[in-house]
Design a protein. Sequence first.
Length: 98
Amino acid sequence: MRTIVRTEHYGYGAVSPAVPVRPRPACADEDPELFFPIGNTGPALVQIEEAKAVCRRCPLMESCLQGALDRNELGVWGGTDEGDRRRIKRRAARRRAA
Ligand code: SF4
């Protein structure tokens, strides 16, 4: 199974007392394909919900979501899909305009 790095908070390196222990992303042992559904209808909806369920038990959810917003990522990140993140951005834009 492939492993992917989904946030800047998860990396590889020597562990020493000077280096804080980094939380492990919940998706580290998941199939990366789970987080990149094809489409947003039918079976893809089930896949999206499965990916979001993984995110909900992830200690990095908040920073992962922020990174996905900053980078305009595709797929499921930080417990959100692309539609969720578009709504978050629209809401933020409306708040800034008010
Ligand atoms: S929030 Fe989801 S996509 Fe992001 S690191 Fe955690 S499990 Fe992976």
